[in-house]
Design a protein around this ligand. Structure first.
Ligand SMILES: [Zn+2]
Length: 534
């Protein structure tokens, strides 16, 4: 029985009970001290909060847990948290090459030309100069783009006349020759899958250890919004079930099979909501476009200084067909859309699904990232019952890049419109899209509450979209649980739910919003057991 601190139930009333009792893996009682004591049978084991704050464990509604666990093991991190310039990134890669045997691969992740000073892309020229003897692949932070050297293309047997896969592109120079740039993972996986190291990492071990890292951040439920990306098929689901069977998995995982390998999912005969409380298939993932800061988000108007409007990963017609087909089989849908034109396409597809007689309330459509969002689109979301999941790091880390170099100030204001959707009564969550940004719930809360930008800490991007701490807590607990179809089992402290809890050293509502990220996670409990202690 937990007592003696602040308890935030994150239930519908956002109540503040005096005590919580758990038994086995479940929450037994929540309420006033006397009442919880009675429910606990009069002599429970007490856990004194000593003024700390007890909440439901954080729910991360959009991560790439499986591919992230593997990338985390295989890749050198060269992102913004480590290097401000691409020159430093290339110098680091050279150091890596010096300690790597000829022929061995070098993988790097989180390079981001939209905020790391230097060239807009890494091509054969830059990466051959790092090493002509080691295949090198550098992943863009968005994971929508990657860059390779000639050795990587040679190892993968990519011919000069390779055709672009649908919705993807192998970049070419002004003479029409391949230059090493790859747009959309459908393209870069053709290169990456030649790397045998991908198969040398045990995904089961990788996910078990990633779960421990997530626990240290207070996360007890996460997600995989690209299930199928590792094995290029339903094997990813087998991996998740294998991880669950070890008994060592300390985070729940909600998987979304990805449409790029739809045939494999169909052949495997997977069913909606298959699985159990530990690992479950929560919905099906469709992708309408790419990444705004990668200039592949699909826009109504061209990008700054170009006539390009981005890339439709699926055409409007295809999106309608796929959405109706999978929703028609009982699947909930998560639809990735960054640009405003991609959001239009998703909403049109949802109109189509509704017109074909499917109840959208059963489909729970959610728009992933939902980055450049206009008022009239919010109204359509409300009408259709579509919710949003915002990659809140777009505001903090990429806000200035999007304002000054990608979309201009007016469209940048439309990023991550938490307050507007809240006012409109549209459900929403915030997420990290790990590995795109780090899955730190308290940092995400701070970004949503302050909207302060990383490149210019004096600048607040559209202050009217700031939300209060209570809303941010909901977005990372009960609302996220709902989007993952797990509101009946996690996301709030209510009797009968799983005892997935986090204890914070301070109450997020009582600290300076600029210091939310500094609150320390004191303990994390999963399934009624303490899995992390600071
Ligand atoms: Zn994602």
């Amino acid at each position: 029985m937990f007592r003696g601190g602040t308890i935030l139930a994150a239930d519908a009333a956002f109540s503040q009970p005096e005590a919580v009792a758990i038994r086995g893996d479940r929450i037994l009682a929540v309420g006033a001290l006397a009442q919880v004591l009675e429910a606990a049978g009069g002599s429970p084991q007490f856990i004194e909060l000593d003024g700390r704050t007890l909440m439901p464990g954080f729910v991360e509604p959009h991560t790439h847990a499986l591919s992230g666990a593997i990338l985390d093991k295989l890749c050198v991190y060269v992102g913004m948290a480590r290097f401000r310039t691409t020159e430093e990134v290339l110098a680091q890669l050279k150091l890596e090459a010096e300690k790597t045997a000829p022929g061995d691969w070098i993988l790097a992740r989180n390079w981001d030309p939209s905020i790391q000073t230097g060239p807009a892309a890494l091509t054969f020229e830059e990466l051959d100069a790092v090493s002509p003897d080691n295949p090198i692949v550098v992943l863009n932070a968005s994971l929508h783009l990657a860059y390779a050297n000639r050795a990587a293309f040679a190892a993968a047997g990519i011919p000069e006349d390779i055709e672009n896969p649908p919705g993807a592109e192998f970049g070419r120079d002004s003479d029409g020759r391949l230059n090493g740039v790859m747009k959309n993972n459908v393209a870069y996986l053709k290169v990456l899958t030649a790397y045998s190291g991908l198969r040398s990492v045990d995904p089961v071990d990788a996910l078990v250890s990633l779960a421990r890292k997530f626990n240290a951040l207070g996360i007890t439920t996460c997600s995989d919004l690209g299930l199928g990306g590792i094995t290029q098929g339903a094997g990813d689901w087998t991996i998740l079930k294998d991880v669950a069977a070890t008994g060592d998995l300390s985070v729940r995982v909600r998987g979304f099979p990805i449409y790029t390998v739809a045939d494999a999912w169909e052949a495997a005969g997977v069913r909606p909501l298959e699985g159990d409380s530990l690992v479950r298939l929560a919905g099906f993932k469709l992708i309408a476009d790419g990444s705004n800061q990668g200039f592949t988000g699909l826009q109504r108007e061209p990008y700054l200084g170009t006539d390009g409007r981005g890339l439709a990963y699926t055409s409007p017609e295809q999106l309608k067909l796929l959405a109706a087909a999978w929703a028609g089989r009982g699947w909930r849908l998560a639809l990735h859309a960054n640009g405003d034109a991609a959001i239009d396409n998703v909403l049109d597809a949802m109109d189509h699904v509704r017109d074909s007689g499917i109840d959208l309330a059963m489909v729970r459509p959610r728009i992933e990232h939902c980055s450049i969002l206009h008022d009239e689109q919010i109204a359509r979301m409300k009408d259709l019952g579509v919710s949003a999941s915002f990659l809140i790091g777009h505001v903090h880390y990429w806000g200035i890049a999007l304002r000054d170099r990608v979309l201009g100030p007016e469209r940048a204001e439309l990023l991550g419109r938490c307050a507007s959707v809240e006012r409109a009564g549209v459900g929403y969550t915030i997420h990290s899209d790990f590995t795109v940004s780090d899955p730190e719930p308290l940092n995400m809360m701070q970004m949503a509450v302050t909207r302060r930008t990383w490149e210019d800490p004096e600048f607040i991007l559209n202050p009217s979209e700031r939300i209060d701490v209570t809303s941010a807590i909901r977005a990372l607990t009960i609302e996220a649980a709902w989007q993952l179809g797990s509101e009946h089992e996690v996301g709030s402290l209510e009797s009968g739910k799983f005892a997935d809890l986090v204890i914070l050293e301070r109450d997020p509502r009582s600290v300076d919003p600029e210091a939310l990220r500094d609150i320390r996670v004191s303990e994390t409990w999963f399934n009624g057991e303490r899995v992390f202690e600071a």
